[in-house]
Design a protein around this ligand. Structure first.
Ligand SMILES: Nc1ncnc2c1ncn2[C@@H]1O[C@H](COP(=O)(O)OP(=O)(O)OP(=O)(O)O)[C@@H](O)[C@H]1O
Length: 225
């Protein structure tokens, strides 16, 4: 579902962010990407989201090689991908409902179907009763859950998250990671960048480790202790 084959990324100005990174994540599999600050975690996710392009190598999303995607096709392919960020990036002047509805509007889903799907997404993250609230009325953890509902409302094949628990206390962070694992259980491929090793160990999922842009370890879930 997600493929990196000998992927390298050099930013303009000469900084080498990734070097010959190869790994694959299957449908229904969840993996963490970890490593020190500047190791290349965000860059890896940006290549998958087509926010950046690789310098070398091939990135694949649901069987599609992203290198050859024409700019006009990017929105259609991005719909296969749900994205969650550390700073939830919600629209503060819109209700929780309207924030979660946005990907469905962009995706051309008929108005008659949108309400049911938004409520199903809010129910999955435990926020059904918050639909009429503005994001500011919610706690940080609840705002992050709205961000997750928005990411999964269009039923993406792949869910990616960049430091989704960076602003949360350990208990809330664990709840958010457990939520990601639930999407994995229903067949979504989930890739989460995090530097929180304690949390990663508790989750017992596959761990891909980057060090100065190189993949230095790929630990299967069964070997995470
Ligand atoms: N747009 C950019 N232009 C130039 N260099 C960049 C750019 N974005 C990232 N870099 C560099 O690429 C390297 C990898 O950065 P990246 O953000 O992918 O790391 P990271 O592991 O996500 O770090 P952090 O945990 O601090 O977010 C860093 O040295 C960074 O300075």
């Amino acid at each position: 579902m997600i493929g990196f084959d000998l992927v390298s990324k050099r930013y303009e100005g000469g900084h080498q962010a990734l070097t010959d990174v190869s790994f694959h994540v299957d449908a229904g599999e969840m993996a963490f990407v970890t490593g020190h600050s500047g190791a290349g975690k965000s860059t890896l996710l940006k290549l998958l989201a087509m926010i950046e392009r690789p310098t070398n190598g091939v990135v694949t999303l649901d069987g599609q090689k992203l290198n050859t995607v024409r700019p006009g096709d990017i929105p259609r392919i991005r719909r296969k991908l749900g994205m969650v960020f550390q700073d939830h990036r919600l629209l503060l002047d819109r209700t929780v409902f309207a924030n979660v509805e946005l990907p469905l509007i962009i995706g051309g889903v008929a108005p008659a179907d949108r309400g049911r799907r938004v409520r199903a997404a809010l129910e999955k993250v435990g926020l059904l009763s918050y639909e009429k609230q503005l994001p500011e009325a919610l706690s940080t953890g609840e705002q992050q859950r709205v961000g997750i509902a928005r990411a999964i409302v269009a039923k993406p094949a792949v869910l990616i998250a960049d430091e989704p628990t960076g602003n949360l206390d350990p208990q809330l962070a664990m709840e958010i990671m457990t939520l990601f694992a639930e999407f994995q259980a229903v067949g979504t491929a989930v890739l989460v960048a995090s530097h929180d090793l304690m949390l990663i160990k508790r989750m017992k999922k596959r761990v891909v480790v980057l060090d100065h842009g190189k993949l230095v370890a790929d630990v299967p879930a069964t070997e995470v202790v």
